[in-house]
Design a protein around this ligand. Structure first.
Ligand code: IPE
Ligand code: IPE
Ligand code: MG
Length: 245
């Protein structure tokens, strides 16, 4: 499917990351630079995401996880939180239309209990609608926090021990992994963060242990498919050792 397209960056298909994590940051600053409300930055960010998901499908990337709303983002003004939630609801509602031809599998990771009924129901609908697709799996991290995810896994492990389903001694890394939102998926190979910030902000703490990090000063709404290809291409030239030599 790569044939017939003009590409500035040629990607080595044998050196693709299986799982790309993206911290989509800088929507607010993008809007401020233009004298617009922060909400305009979030809308522009949602549009940027659609194009990146299409590109991930074109490249044949198996998993992409995008940070859409953190467990800490509730600290923002109520009207911004409300706007972000409505934008996410729209994204899920229109996922099929927006990602037409992309064949994307949509999954939402994070704690659902704190979300509104409407968005919770829409998550189930969209996941069901796309579960048999065969393209990129897009995990949307919504009310997601790495610490919450690990804490939740610990709680489940304790419950299983208490119920006699598990011995304490048999708890290994796989037992923890099996209880993460991303169970069954490979670790993050490539982590991208936009907007010049170089921190994790509680994103996939377990899964990024050996991820290659790629940072750009570009603000998320300005992040283009060509930038994504650039990051993926650079990943292909990194030497990964996983503690070996
Ligand atoms: C990222 O952009 C989107 C979310 C966190 C939901 P920001 O809203 O954090 O934008 P900046 O960092 O304020 O520019
Ligand atoms: C991380 O961005 C969360 C998302 C992109 C959803 P933030 O803008 O919330 O992170 P901090 O506050 O700069 O660390
Ligand atoms: Mg930010």
């Amino acid at each position: 499917m790569l044939f017939g397209r003009k590409r500035k960056v040629k990607i080595d298909e044998n050196r693709l990351p299986r799982h790309v994590g993206i911290i989509m940051d800088g929507n607010g600053r993008w809007a401020k630079k233009r004298g617009l409300p922060r909400s305009a930055g979030h809308s522009a960010g949602a549009e940027a995401l659609k194009k990146i998901v299409t590109e991930a499908n074109n490249l044949g990337i198996e998993y992409v996880t995008v940070y859409a709303f953190s467990t800490e983002n509730w600290k923002r003004p109520a009207d911004e939180v409300k706007y972000l939630m409505s934008l996410l609801l729209d994204y899920l509602k229109n996922a099929e239309k927006n990602l037409a031809g992309d064949n994307t599998v949509i999954r939402v990771i994070g704690s659902r209990a704190e979300l509104g009924d409407e968005i919770r129901e829409q998550i189930l609908k969209t996941e069901k609608l796309t579960e048999h697709n065969t393209g990129t799996v897009l995990n949307i991290a919504l009310n997601y926090g790495g610490r919450e995810e690990i804490t939740r896994a610990a709680r489940e492990l304790c419950a299983d021990v208490k119920d006699g389903l598990l011995d304490t001694e048999s708890i290994d890394e796989k037992a923890v992994e099996d209880r993460l939102y991303t169970h069954g998926q490979p670790d993050v190979d490539l982590l991208i963060r936009t907007s010049g910030e170089m921190r994790l902000s509680n994103f996939m703490l377990w899964q990024v242990s050996y991820a290659e990090m790629w940072f750009t000063d570009k603000l998320w709404p300005d992040f283009k498919p060509a930038d994504f290809r650039h990051a993926v291409n650079e990943f292909g030239h990194r030497g990964r050792r996983f503690g070996g030599i």
